[in-house]
Design a protein around this ligand. Structure first.
Ligand code: FAD
Length: 367
């Protein structure tokens, strides 16, 4: 079967790209290896800009996509030295249920959706792409003029479209992460995401409606057990964390190539979007950047359709303002904006503990 475009991956980047292309009259196939709704280890914090991108293209989110409370105010940072800082969003964010949100986006994007279809091979030429995918026991093929790889941090499409870049920059930038979910409570305003900055890195947590979630990142050779013990101990002293029973543990990976200022936008008629392209901000938030890059990749394909120029060149040019969202000069500034979070209040803190926490945070952002 021939399509105008095939999109791989039904996360926020892929659904946004598929929706944008479909709205512009393209015949689109969206392939997702899992059945929807699929689990995605995620804290579920949607920034104000991310919210606006979703609402502009998909309308207001139905209540089943939202956590309770749904209102998200930003990030509160707890330093080991005793400091606490609020980094408020410049607008209204949301707490979302990722699995439900992504399924809603996939079902509302208007494209033909192939669930349970794992792409295993991609051959991309100029204005011609051929994909092989496995559905159940069967192997099938699809052909298209354009391709958008939105298959997440550990992207197969990235390796197929630009193998050298993938080997040299994308694979070494993969960072393991684990999300733990418990029954429990804490003395914590559920509208804020908590971020603990300590000597071993950064841990993120939420506490609401009798549930506690904690996300840890860990590099090569480092386990999570010791880190988890240290962090839960810290949080029990600091915010009265009380956990019951054993946690559900979900393993994930993040792609941190943006820290080195690297992005893989694809080549020719095959573009990459979302975390597959490296879009992840220094705080580890990627939903908004996934939506934004998915929309932009689709717009660039639509703009170049019918021309003798592949969309990659448009995408490279138009994505420039987004590059650096996860790296570079912005992180070195001691105040102002990092991603959508405002650091300016922080710069006013003068105490010794505050200065130590701030140095630790800066080191972590610059890792
Ligand atoms: C623990 C943790 C917590 C996080 N919390 C937040 C948060 O609170 N807020 C935030 O903004 N960001 C958060 N992030 C980051 C955010 O989840 C990602 O950046 C975002 O999901 C990237 O979206 P995406 O569409 O690029 O990829 P994904 O959401 O990863 O979607 C990729 C899709 O592609 C599919 N796929 C993969 N390979 C194939 C294949 N071969 N064939 C077909 N389909 C395939 C996958 O099944 C998946 O559905 C968190 C990340 C982690 C690890």
């Amino acid at each position: 079967m021939h399509y105008d475009a095939v999109v791989v991956g039904a996360g926020p980047a892929g659904c946004m790209a598929a929706g944008e292309l479909t709205a512009r009259g393209f015949k689109v196939l969206l392939l997702e290896k899992e059945r929807l709704p699929r689990e995605k280890p995620c804290m579920g914090l949607l920034s104000p800009l991310g919210r606006r991108l979703v609402e502009d293209d998909f309308g207001p989110l139905p209540p089943e996509c939202l956590e309770r409370p749904a209102e998200a105010l930003g990030v509160r940072v707890l330093g080991e030295g005793g400091g606490e800082y609020s980094l408020p969003f410049p607008g209204e964010g949301l707490w979302v249920k990722r699995a439900v949100l992504d399924a809603f986006l996939a079902r509302s994007c208007g494209a033909e959706v192939g669930e349970g279809c794992r792409v295993v091979d991609v051959a991309a030429g100029r204005f011609h792409v051929r994909l092989r995918f496995v559905r159940g026991e069967e192997e099938e093929e699809a052909e298209a003029t354009y391709l958008i790889g939105a298959d997440g941090a550990d992207s197969l499409v990235s390796g197929m479209v630009r193998p050298e870049f993938h080997r040299l920059h994308a694979l070494p930038a993969l960072e393991r992460a684990t999300l733990f979910l418990w029954e429990g409570e804490a003395d914590w305003d559920p509208r804020w995401l908590g971020m603990v900055v300590w000597k071993r890195g950064v841990g993120r947590f939420f506490a609401r409606c009798g549930m506690v979630g904690l996300a840890l990142s860990h590099g090569e050779g480092r386990g999570w057990q010791e880190e988890l013990e240290g962090l839960t101990g810290f949080l029990s002293r600091r915010v009265g964390l009380r956990l019951r029973g054993d946690p559900v543990r979900m393993a994930a990976v993040s792609n941190r190539m943006a820290r080195e200022g690297r992005y893989n936008l694809g080549a020719g008629s095959a573009l990459l979007a979302g975390e597959a392209a490296g879009f992840l901000d220094p705080w580890g938030f990627g939903i908004r950047l996934a939506l934004e890059s998915g929309k932009l990749a689709a717009e660039c394909i639509a703009e170049s359709a019918g021309e003798n120029v592949t969309p990659h060149l448009h995408y490279l040019r138009r994505a420039q303002p987004m590059l650096g969202a996860g790296s570079g000069g912005k992180r070195r500034r001691s105040h102002g904006k990092v991603g959508e979070l405002d650091l300016s209040g922080w710069a006013g803190e003068k105490g010794r503990a505050a200065r130590r926490d701030f140095r630790a945070l800066r080191r972590n952002l610059n890792r």
